[in-house]
Design a protein around this ligand. Structure first.
Ligand code: GDD
Ligand code: MG
Length: 346
């Protein structure tokens, strides 16, 4: 039995100002495609022998999540985090809640585009590895030295996949370039397959405090209609870290199955949105009411007013009713720091 766990508690801060605290990018509807969260829910239903999904999200987004599940007629458990503590605790809480049955968890980020059929085949290939106790990551052939991703170093073949010799989360540009040039590294797609017990054993080893706070939080869970609420004071005391840093970089039980031709894309930053967009003859991607002259390779997005640009290149310009972003496309990841400053000054 596969238990899908959808991690939907991120702020999506690199897509500010479109993605906001109360309405992060995974819940935003793209015309004709639904939301990224809905697309993830649909992918989670594609497997044989699959349980209803578990969604772990922030308490602020509970109605968005419930509404989008309902829109697709999908039932699932919704675990509410009173505060975000990143992905390692979110996965730990899901694993602890089904400890007795010890299923294989398919941990899925809610902010991706990906061909469900390709994922389905890769999960089938990865299942025997996960059942043997490996923590399986899904690798993507890297296109460029992207510093916002994790990197998996391919080791010896292992069943239908490979052993991972090293996992490097968000390296410097220089290291990312070396990894891509070597041909030995894959991007980490952010999707994982592992037995609940295998993940918890590694977490206990490498992040014992996080493990014990999560166990206490699960002991104090309160059911409230369709929601399961984690106790605020306990969960707030949990160390914050991602699965990648807390476990995957440290474990020697990491294996990888490659996602081939999956159309995978983490729409995590404006440069990624630009890459997947339809370009005009000058390489610009324009959304909404936009007028340009002599502009090349830019992403221009207007929500409420006319946006015009003249003679600029390689920029991201995003207009919303109350905020405007202008950034160099190559530095679009750094929007996160603006959001952090805004949060500090709130
Ligand atoms: N429940 C919960 N709680 N979910 C969270 C939290 C949290 O505190 N923080 C983030 N998430 C969700 C996000 O909504 C997203 O769906 C997923 O977890 C991954 O978080 P991101 O913050 O988007 O991670 P990332 O993109 O920087 O890095 C991860 O994904 C990359 C590929 O997209 C890593 O796994 C990288 O190694 C990987 O390359
Ligand atoms: Mg992401």
């Amino acid at each position: 039995m596969i238990q899908p766990v959808i991690l939907a508690g991120g702020k999506g801060s690199r897509l500010w100002p479109l993605s906001r605290e109360l309405y992060p990018k995974q819940y935003i509807t793209f015309p004709g495609e639904g939301t990224l969260f809905e697309q993830t829910l649909l992918r989670s239903k594609l497997f044989d022998q699959v349980a209803e999904p578990v969604v772990v999200c922030n308490v602020e987004h509970r109605f968005l999540v419930a509404e989008q599940l309902q829109r697709l007629n999908i039932t699932g458990r919704i675990i509410l985090e009173p505060v975000g503590r990143n992905t390692a605790p979110a996965a730990a809480i899901s694993a602890l809640m089904c400890q007795d049955e010890d299923p294989v968890l398919l941990v899925m980020p809610a902010d991706h585009k990906l061909d469900g059929g390709v994922l389905n085949e890769a999960v089938e290939a990865a299942l025997p590895l996960a059942e043997e106790g490996y923590l399986v990551a899904f690798g993507i052939d890297p296109e460029k030295p992207e510093t916002g991703y994790g990197y998996l170093q391919k080791g010896q073949p292992l069943q239908d996949g490979f052993k991972v010799d090293a996992f490097a989360e968000k390296p410097t540009y220089e290291l990312a370039r070396q990894y891509v040039d070597s041909g030995d590294y894959f991007w980490n797609s952010g999707i994982f397959l592992f037995k609940a017990s295998a993940y918890l054993d590694e977490l206990k080893k490498f992040a014992p405090e996080m493990y014990s706070v999560c166990a206490d939080a699960v002991a104090g869970v309160v059911s409230d209609l369709d929601f399961m609420r984690l106790p605020h004071d306990v969960f707030a005391s949990c160390p914050s870290d991602s699965i990648d840093y807390a476990v995957m970089e440290k474990t020697d039980k990491c294996a990888m199955v490659v996602l081939e031709n999956s159309g995978w894309s983490d729409l995590g930053s404006w440069s990624a949105i630009y890459e997947t967009g339809t370009k005009d003859a000058n390489g610009n991607v324009c959304q909404g009411e936009v007028l340009v002259d002599g502009v090349k390779n830019c992403y221009l997005h207007s929500e409420s007013r006319l946006v015009s640009a003249v003679g600029v290149e390689d920029l991201v310009i995003v207009e919303t009713p109350d905020a405007i972003l202008v950034a160099k496309k190559s530095q679009a990841q750094n929007v996160k720091s603006i959001v952090n400053t805004l949060c500090e000054n709130k």
